[in-house]
Structures are given as C-alpha cells and as structure tokens.
Design a protein around this ligand. Structure first.
Ligand code: 9MR
Length: 577
C-alpha cells in the first residue's frame, strides 16, 4: 500500500504567522542544495533561496531538505512554495490564523457530551442527536449503573460527562486529564501575559447551551465532565468510600458506528482505583479555585470531593486498575501512581495553601526527579510534569529557591524539546524513532509543545514560542504524509477518524467528525487489525491512515483534543508573533 502523499514540498497547509518561523520540508532524490521560490497567489515570485540538505530522516525514511523562509513576512492568502519541480499546497501568512482553531478545538467537547441532547442550532443539524445514556430505551444507563458482578452492592447515577473517544466509555483518569487541560487553558489566561487577556475564553465564546450564563464557556464545558467525575466517587458508608470508580462502560464493545442513544447494552461500574481517585482529587481541587468566583456552592462541592478523594487515596495507595480489564472499554491501567499522588498534592496545595499538601509534594520523588519524558512530557498515565507545570505557573507560596528550581526544570525540558525539534527535518519535538510514534502520538507531541509554550510564558524568550509555532506545522501538513491531522484545517485533512458518533465513512446518514477534531496520529506499533495488515513495515511517520477502522492511529479522544485546545489557545494569543 503506497499512500498518495501529493506534492513533495511539505508546508503547514493552514499557514504561517507573519513574524513567526516559516519552514518547509522537501522530499527529494537530490543531495545537493535546491533553489526554492515562494509565490504569491497571482504566481509572482516574492522570495527565493537555497534549501538545506538534511539527509535521510529517520522517522520517515525519506531523503529530505528543509527550506527556511522566515524572513518573508507579508500577510496574504494562497501562497505556494516551489522546489525541485514541485508546488506545495497553498497556505496563508496571517496573524489570525489560529483564532478559530481555539474555538474549534474546544467545541469538540460539546459534540462528545453524554446525557444531554445535542442541539443542532448550536453546532449544525448534522450533529443534532437525542441525549445518550439517560436510561431511555434502548439505553440502559447511565442513571443507575450497577457494578460489575462482585465489585459493589450499590448502583450510581453517573450520567453526563464526555464520551472518551470513538467509543461509548467514560474513564476517570482520562476524563480527569482532559478536564484539567481545558481548565489549565483558562487559568493560563489569568497568569500569562496573553494578547487577548483571556477575553477569547469568556462567556459566549463557544456554542454551548450554557452560553450567556456569565460564566466563561470553557468552564461550563469542563464542568460537564467534572460533574460526572464527582458522581464516580464511592459514597460514604460503602467500602473504599471516597475513592473513585475507575471507569464505566458497556459490558461488551458497542458496534461501529452506533449513535449513543441507540446503545442497548448494559453498562457497568468497574472497581475503584487509586489512580482515578487521585485524578479526581487533582481536578476537583483545580475546580474549587477556578469556580470560586462564579459558583461558590459548586466550588465547595469540588473542594470536598478533592479532600475526601485525596484522603481515600492515601488510605488505599495501591489499588490498581486491572490491565486485562479491556472488554467493552479501554483498560487505562497504571501501576505507578507516584506521579498521580504528586499532581493531586500540587493542585490541593495551589488551592488551599495548606502545609500538609506542601509537605507531601515536597517529599515526592516527582518534585525533583526528571519528569519530562522525551517522547511526551505528560499523558493520561504520566502526570508528574503536570504537577511541575502547575507549580511553575499558578501563583503559590513555594519557597523562592524551590520555585526557581521548578521553573528551571520546565525551561530545561523545553530546551531539550527545542534541540530535538531542530534536529528533525520535519521540525517536531520528538526523536526520530519508532518509540516516539505511539498510540495517540499527536497528543504527546502537542504536550511537548505545551512545555515549550509554558517556557515562553515564563521567560518571554521568543525561541520557545517559535518552537511551539514551528511544531504546529507538523500537525497541519508538514509531515511525511502531507496530511493535516485536524479535521477541516489544511488542504488535505483527516476526516474519517474512528468514532461511533461521527460514523460518516460507514453510514452516510452520520456526520464526519466536527471541524477541529484531532486524529491520534502515526502509531508504529500498528495496534489494530486494519493497519496491521495495510501498513505492515511502515516507517514510523507513515504508520497512519485516515480510515474509521483504524482505532490505533486514527481515533478522536478527549485527552488529545484538550491538548490541541490548550495549544490553539496559546497560538491564538500570539497574534502576529
Ligand atoms: O490513549 C490510550 C493509549 O495510550 C493506549 O495505548 C490505548 C490502549 O490501551 O488506549 C488508548 O485509549 C483508548 C481507550 O483505551 C478507550 N477509549 C479510546 C481511547 C483512545 O484510543
């Protein structure tokens, strides 16, 4: 199978910021420098130069050269780059390239909501659907969900939240990191110098039913998930009270595609876990401080959930989700919760300022160890870096020397990602090896960009911003497949992501994923049967196909779109850069 990858000159198909870095990659047989020309929409040559030979790119196996046209800064639409007889896809040079991406990436969450009718007037008639999983036949949940046999003697009302990804499951660890990242995008606008001063995330900035309620819409959207997370807590008086059930999903995998309201299977609560409990504690603590100005009662509910969950996790520090519990839903297993303990202590400390949490976080090996992994700073399973980023950015009473050390650890990680990015001919901040291309690789890449962006917020050193801006090119077309991984963005963009809701490829009566949906991205381990057969022996950056059947390379997921939303919000704030 040889994919049609189009013109061999690879650009950010959306465009470039006028004052930002402008790089492209040329796939070529040539080993000597090549002349290149930048052309306006009218075909006039507006800039020209020589490319830089880069040899064989490890991740793609391609012989490549790079073009740097950063010094050209004139805004316009329909530019093309010409080299080696090939003309790139067209792109813009503009300071407001990413304004809409911020809203698009955040809007995805409304379309994923469970337990509420999706209003076509808000996001388009093709996305309208009745509420899913409210106990209305043929649905059997989620208003009264029993545990798996033998796990507990009660049932819980765990309605609401977001469907995790292309499936109908809801998982506390992943819901937690996704809600965290939306809240963080919001909190960033209160602490970083942002171009728009946070107005872009205010009330009535998203198309959600809560618009106009005087609460920033991004908080409304996050709350939809937080309310679900709170419901997953084991009630007082029951065994493991205060812990959180790890997940709730169907007894067996549901069909593909299948609208949520048509799911007839029984739903089940799976056992509590320490990891889920700590994710709940972390996000609930964050909720408490961010909702305080808008809804004191809700903030207090979050505060109670956070403290009881944290105490329950300390009492039961090693209750792990079963790695084999993957029937009907993902396992999301994790047997190292040192990082979750750290993150939860950090959020509780940031919210309450209490010494007990400061002592816990200071004593954690995660506070001083190397928590910023090369291939992905953080993920649903690995949240030590989240704790570090929070301590570096959210105002707090950490002793000055320690705070400086935490901040230096963020910039040191950013320096590492920057060096990696400059060594990659496709300009992305992960090493050119198969290990970088895992399930959901795009989210790992973005989370490294989040570290770069945070380093910029902390230092105002333009090299970090340029790194985050340049790595965006990879996501939007400057890659081996010449493909934008964001639906509706770029000439050639992913639109057949694995999803039971957005099942257009299999059922034309269903929509494609909404504009702003991020695909998981290349996965060299080829962990679904469709690509295992189709893409056998692919070079890592080629291990992706825009087909609904490939859940291991091409799914949508809340934790991936939350990363995109955070990044897009940062990018939109940079203006002309
Ligand atoms: O994102 C998860 C990835 O890190 C794991 O390797 C993979 C296999 O366990 O699962 C991914 O999460 C999926 C979850 O298990 C079920 N819902 C869809 C998620 C995205 O594919």
């Amino acid at each position: 199978y040889v994919p049609d990858t189009g013109p061999r000159v690879r650009v950010n198909q959306v465009g470039y910021l006028p004052g930002g870095p402008k790089n492209a990659t040329v796939v070529t047989e040539s080993t000597g420098a090549l002349p290149w020309q930048l052309k306006s929409a009218a075909g006039t040559v507006v800039a020209s130069g020589q490319s830089t030979p880069r040899g064989v790119d490890a991740a793609s196996g391609q012989n490549v050269q790079t073009v740097d046209f950063s010094s050209f800064r004139t805004p316009g639409t329909g530019y093309t780059l010409v080299a080696d007889g090939e003309t790139s896809h067209p792109f813009d040079i503009s300071g407001d390239l990413y304004d809409r991406l911020r809203a698009d990436a955040m809007q995805f969450f409304y379309a994923q909501r469970s337990g509420i009718e999706i209003d076509g007037d808000l996001i388009g008639d093709e996305y309208a659907r009745p509420a899913g999983h409210l106990g209305v036949a043929p649905n059997q949940g989620d208003t009264q969900v029993p545990c798996q046999p033998g796990v507990c003697d009660y049932s819980l009302d765990v309605r609401g939240g977001w469907y995790d990804a292309g499936d109908h499951g809801k998982y506390v660890v992943n819901g937690g990191i996704a809600a965290y990242q939306l809240l963080s995008a919001f909190e960033r606008t209160k602490t970083a110098e942002t171009a728009a001063g946070g107005a872009a995330l205010g009330d009535s900035t998203l198309r959600v039913p809560e618009r106009g309620n005087a609460v920033p819409d991004i908080l409304d959207e996050a709350r939809w998930e937080i309310e679900f997370l709170l419901r997953m807590q084991v009630p007082a008086g029951k065994p493991l009270a205060g812990m959180a059930h790890h997940k709730i999903h169907d007894k067996a995998w549901t069909g593909l595609p299948l609208a949520p309201q048509d799911d007839a299977q029984p739903r089940e609560l799976h056992p509590p876990s320490t990891a889920a409990t700590l994710n709940l504690a972390a996000v609930a603590a964050q909720c408490q401080r961010l909702f305080a100005p808008y809804d004191a009662a809700f903030a207090a509910r979050c505060g109670t959930a956070a403290t009881t969950a944290y105490a329950a996790a300390k009492a039961h520090p090693a209750v792990y989700a079963d790695p084999n519990d993957g029937i009907g839903g993902g396992a999301y297993d994790d047997t190292n919760v040192t990082d979750e303990f750290y993150w939860a202590a950090v959020e509780l400390y940031l919210t309450t300022g209490k010494k007990a949490y400061l002592d816990d976080l200071t004593a954690s090996p995660q506070h001083t160890g190397d928590v910023f992994a090369t291939g992905g700073a953080f993920s649903w399973q690995s949240v030590g870096a989240v704790g570090r980023l929070e301590l570096a950015t959210v105002p707090n009473g950490l002793p000055a020397a320690d705070r400086a050390r935490v901040r230096a650890s963020v910039t040191a990680a950013a320096d590492n990602y920057l060096a990696t990015l400059h060594a990659q001919a496709y300009g992305l901040p992960v090493p050119g090896e198969a290990a970088s291309y895992v399930w959901g690789s795009n989210s790992n890449i973005i989370n490294n960009m989040v570290v770069l962006a945070t380093a910029f917020d902390l230092t105002r050193d333009a090299k970090y911003r340029d790194g985050a801006v340049q790595a965006t090119d990879y996501l939007l077309g400057r890659n081996a497949l010449n493909m934008s991984y964001v639906t509706g963005w770029g000439e050639q963009n992913a639109r057949n992501q694995h999803s039971r809701i957005f099942g257009n490829q299999l059922n034309p009566a269903m929509p494609n994923p909404p504009v702003g949906s991020l695909a998981g991205g290349p996965n060299a381990a080829l962990q679904d049967p469709f690509v295992a057969q189709l893409l056998k022996d692919c070079a890592p950056m080629f291990c992706y196909v825009d087909d609904i059947n490939s859940y291991s390379t091409n799914e949508v997921a809340i934790n991936w779109n939350s990363a995109l939303a955070w990044l897009a919000s940062f990018l939109a704030d940079q203006g002309e850069a």
